[in-house]
Design a protein around this ligand. Structure first.
Ligand code: ATP
Length: 344
């Protein structure tokens, strides 16, 4: 059953009297128990989507169209129009978040335990002693000694704080966890541990996951399906393994080329996408990736390709692959030497 339905979501910011079209007509679904990743380079609109889902957009940000339905046996709510009371009711129990910066999310004046206990007691009728016991168990599950319930956030290392956040987000076994760059600020080994813990805990709880990251290896380790974002739009959606082995959008292919191989082989060439994403002010007609795309044709400048179905379960927004061309084969035929991806 579908748990989250994001339908035609558009979000704008206003800054210096200009309108920034940060998210433009994005639609995707997450099934119960499914892990979905949103991936794309900085500024593509991923965090804006996460903030809209949580109703945490800053004052200058506004959802201009679309809906975000959260639906299961006990909830049916459009998160865009829900009241703060309705949101408070589902927070922790149905919707929890692990954010980019745990230090900001954890309140510095309360102990870790006090914050987890409060979340538990807000939603469940349990004694403080029971909630404290559960907080300790949760911390142990993420590899933190349960004595640490009485520590303040600043007394923990960055990695421990992030794990404490994960423990807290899982405290009420929420239906959906939104993890926005949960490992970005951490060293590689801690990153691996944290991803393992998100994986194990969400397996145990059986919840859905929306993983937001610029790092395709994080998506490939944790997600069943992936949506690739570029300049505020979804340009490709499908099962992670299929999308990463046989991309249907040139931007996805570019992203993959720019990363070391997912298996960690070091002898492959890294190839970068030249140029920069467009500014999202006064948006021109046509495909937003056109200026950076080695496959671009005249028609790509005339209208913006819509996300269209490909093989079952897959969608991409590209005229070239919609015509059935395979990006790998087509590359040698159409792309001149000067237009090829640049080798690093
Ligand atoms: N508060 C804001 N005011 C004005 N513009 C903003 C604001 N926040 C984000 N933007 C703009 O909206 C667009 C999308 O940004 P967003 O942070 O959602 O992207 P992202 O893919 O999550 O990138 P990152 O990983 O760097 O956070 C960008 O052009 C960004 O500059």
């Amino acid at each position: 059953m579908t748990l989250l339905t994001v339908d035609d979501l558009s979000i704008e910011y206003t800054a210096d009297e200009k309108t920034i079209k940060a998210v433009n007509g994005v639609s995707f679904e997450i099934a119960e128990g499914e892990r979905f990743g949103l991936v794309g380079e900085s500024g593509s609109g991923k965090t804006t989507i996460a903030k809209a889902i949580m109703q945490l957009l800053p004052k200058n940000g506004e959802v201009t169209s679309g809906s975000v339905e959260l639906t299961n046996d006990s909830v049916s709510l459009d998160l865009v129009t829900a009241s703060s009371r309705e949101l408070q009711d589902i927070r922790w129990k149905h919707l929890a978040t692990v954010s980019q910066s745990a230090m900001n999310a954890l309140d510095p004046v309360y102990t870790i335990g006090a914050q987890i206990i409060e979340a538990i007691q807000l939603h469940e009728d349990v004694s403080k002693a029971e909630a404290r016991e559960r907080a300790g168990e949760l911390l142990e599950r993420v590899g933190i000694d349960k004595e640490r319930v009485d520590s303040y956030p600043h007394q923990l290392s960055g990695g421990m704080r992030q794990r404490a956040m994960i423990a807290m987000s899982m405290a009420l076994e929420p239906s959906l966890i939104i993890a926005d760059e949960p490992t970005t600020a951490l060293d590689v080994i801690t990153q691996d541990h944290i991803l393992d813990q998100i994986d194990q805990l969400s397996n145990a709880v059986g919840n859905s996951l929306l993983m937001i990251t610029h790092d395709i290896s994080v998506v490939s380790e944790t997600c069943d399906r992936v949506g690739v974002m570029y300049a505020g739009e979804l340009v490709e959606v499908g099962p992670t393994e299929e999308v990463f082995t046989n991309p249907e959008h040139p931007y996805t292919k570019g992203l993959l080329n720019a990363f070391p191989t997912l298996e960690g082989e070091s002898d492959s060439e890294l190839i970068t996408i030249t140029g920069e994403p467009p500014k999202l002010i006064d948006v021109e007609p046509g495909c937003k990736f056109m200026d950076r795309c080695p496959y671009a044709e005249a028609r790509c400048g005339e209208s913006d390709p819509a996300l269209t179905p490909r093989t079952p379960g897959r969608e991409a927004a590209c005229f070239v692959t919609a015509d059935g061309y395979d990006l790998e084969e087509h590359y040698e035929q159409v792309v001149t030497e000067s237009e090829k991806w640049q080798k690093l």
